[in-house]
Design a protein around this ligand. Structure first.
Ligand SMILES: Cc1cc2nc3c(=O)[nH]c(=O)nc-3n(C[C@H](O)[C@H](O)[C@H](O)COP(=O)(O)OP(=O)(O)OC[C@H]3O[C@@H](n4cnc5c(N)ncnc54)[C@H](O)[C@@H]3O)c2cc1C
Length: 300
């Protein structure tokens, strides 16, 4: 089948110059050349296989760890969260597609009396984003509960992989053998738990988050990874940057490792604050903070 024939078989929606501010939790940034919303996994598979081999391709979940620069993103984005959203329970495991929101997975596990996914309740992204980032909090980490994943490659081929296929670290995931792949589903293995206990843990975690994080304004969670034995927020605060404003962006006055959009922030203002915090901490403490949020695209 040639590319034109394959394209005719696609059912999803292709949008041009899609504003990524609509799809990122910072609510800022430029457009992407092409955005595709597939109708199902098969449609996504055919779409990926129909793309020219060098077309830059990104799968985006809930955009809660992503900044697209104001000049926009060249290439194609596929949105996973409206389509890959099935979740089911099989004995001591949960099978979730990549577009399932992490809080839904946490509640689903609790409901089925499986323990260990409670930490996911406070991560406002998708399962796919959590797999890509090895997202975690309060002692739990996504890959700590993964039994296997299903991935999709450029040729549209699906593969089963296990954690042994990846180099895994704190907020870091790398496929050992090179090729580009995206996550479409995961199987989580969890020990038996107690529904009421898991629900109480989830409620407690959410309360702690509401108390500590500036959730009332658009943000992307922690901007930097915590350096060994310390906290990025403490270091940034010690540089006197809490509450520092640049245009529509501000280093949160509540949590210095968060940058909030106070109204009409440009991605460039958010990025400049990230650079300011990085260089201030480097100068004062000699610590090279590593960015956790991903920044893509071109400056305006
Ligand atoms: C208020 C708030 C609190 C947060 N708290 C935490 C926390 O406690 N712990 C934590 O770890 N993170 C936290 N985050 C960050 C964020 O929620 C996580 O990193 C989350 O896992 C990102 O998921 P997403 O679907 O939003 O990913 P996106 O932001 O859409 O994407 C992030 C990256 O993953 C890639 N990606 C997304 N889906 C896939 C896929 N299916 N296959 C391959 N690559 C993919 C994207 O291309 C991008 O590079 C927080 C964010 C916010 C806004």
């Amino acid at each position: 089948m040639n590319m034109a024939e394959q394209k005719n078989m696609l059912w999803g929606e292709l949008r041009r110059n899609e504003p990524m501010a609509r799809h990122t939790s910072w609510r800022a940034g430029g457009t992407v050349d092409r955005a595709y919303v597939p109708v199902d996994l098969e449609d996504m598979r055919l779409f990926v296989a129909s793309l020219p081999p060098h077309e830059p391709l990104y799968v985006v979940g809930l955009g809660s760890n992503l900044l697209v620069r104001d000049g926009g993103l060249r290439g194609t984005v596929i949105f996973s969260h409206r389509v890959l959203k099935s979740v089911r329970h099989e004995g001591n495991a949960i099978h979730a597609e990549a577009g399932v929101p992490c809080p839904k997975l946490a509640r689903f596990a609790a409901q089925h009396e499986l323990a260990g996914a409670e930490f996911m309740a406070g991560i406002p992204g998708t399962v796919g984003g959590a797999l890509a980032m090895n997202a975690g909090c309060y002692g739990g980490e996504t890959w700590g509960i993964v039994e296997s994943v299903t991935t999709l490659d450029r040729a549209g081929q699906l593969r089963q992989r296990t954690p042994a296929n990846y180099d895994l670290g704190y907020r870091s995931v790398k496929l050992r053998e090179g090729a580009e792949e995206w996550f479409v589903a995961a199987r989580f293995r969890l020990p038996r738990g107690d529904r009421a206990k898991s629900r109480a843990t989830i409620n407690e975690l959410l309360k702690r988050r509401i108390a500590a994080q500036p959730l009332e304004l658009p943000n992307a969670g922690s901007v930097f990874r915590n350096p060994p034995g310390d906290h990025a927020a403490r270091l940034i605060e010690a540089c006197g940057l809490k509450g520092h404003v640049l245009g529509g962006a501000m280093i949160s006055a509540k949590h210095a490792n968060f940058i909030v959009n106070t109204g009409h922030a440009r991605a460039s203002e958010i990025e400049a604050l990230i650079e300011l915090a990085h260089s201030a901490v480097k100068q004062k403490f000699g610590i090279d903070l590593e960015r956790e949020v991903r920044i893509v695209g071109e400056a305006a």
